[in-house]
Design a protein around this ligand. Structure first.
Ligand code: FPP
Length: 256
């Protein structure tokens, strides 16, 4: 895996942080987002729900660029949960088609900008053409180092942990690892997020105050921000405001 953020602490970055009132030495390494509120954003405007998803993708585009500019090295977004299949077939159909279009259209642009893209989740449970696009996204952007953008697709934290337990048990039975040697780090290496640092910040726009099966193991010590802003209204300024608040928080990781 390439070393991310090789662009260093350049003057442009320092200036940008200064102009937004951020401390350049305390930028979160990993921001994770539950992109919620698309449907309600559309309903408020009298539009079909899918228009909310379209506008949500615009917010995402802006937030990816903001993360690159502010040297946030990892951005993870919850695009489709393992539970989202229970939505009306029409909406699921739209979302799958939309993911295909977005991956095909945006990957070349993200690649040009040096963004490494990873799709995390039960990829095997997706249609063949989407699986092919996932492979294309991974292969194309594999060696990029500006930042890593993780799309959690057909993802659920409990399913992820259950799969990790199965794979770990198989390795124990096969003698690859002894049960006594299993530590938290060993367990974490069986999760989709292997090699990705835990999120410093989890943001949930959309007014709900829950994590909804998102990165439950990884967010043990994350600073969590629940915002009333609906995801399609979330932008660069909203991200900066969260980072500014993060910079005022004291993280103790269970210590004093
Ligand atoms: C939740 O809002 C949002 C989703 C299930 C889809 C999010 C997807 C995007 C923004 C597109 C991004 C695409 C890629 C490839 C990363 P909701 O529908 O639950 O909103 P509601 O709570 O107001 O109904």
């Amino acid at each position: 895996m390439p070393i991310l953020g090789e662009q260093g602490q350049d003057a442009k970055f320092q200036e940008l942080c200064c102009s937004f009132g951020l401390e350049p030495s305390n930028i979160p390494q990993h921001v994770a987002i539950v992109m919620d509120g698309n449907g309600r954003w559309a309903a408020k405007k009298g539009l079909p729900r899918v228009m909310g998803h379209k506008q949500g993708a615009e917010s995402l585009r802006e937030v990816i660029r903001a993360c690159a500019d502010f040297h946030v090295h990892y951005l993870s977004v919850y695009a489709f949960s393992s539970e989202n299949w229970t939505r009306p077939a029409e909406e699921v159909g739209f979302l799958m088609k939309f993911f295909r279009e977005l991956i095909a259209r945006e990957i070349p642009k993200l690649h040009k900008e040096g963004v490494r893209v990873r799709i995390l989740g039960d990829v095997e449970g997706l249609d063949k053409d989407l699986r092919d696009l996932v492979r294309y996204a991974h292969e194309t952007t594999e060696n990029n180092t500006v930042m890593q953008f993780n799309i959690l697709l057909n993802y659920g934290s409990r399913a992820e942990m259950t799969l990790a337990v199965k794979r770990l048990s198989n390795d124990i039975v096969a003698g690859v690892i002894a049960a006594e040697s299993v530590t938290e780090d060993v367990f974490a290496s069986y999760l989709y997020t292997v090699d990705i640092p835990d999120p410093d910040i989890v943001i949930r726009p959309g007014g709900e105050h829950r994590l909804s099966n998102f990165l439950l193991w990884q967010s043990a010590y994350s600073e969590v921000f629940f915002l009333d802003t609906l995801w399609p209204d979330f932008d660069r300024v909203a991200l900066v405001q969260v980072v500014a608040q993060f910079q005022t928080r004291k993280r103790r990781f269970g210590g004093v």
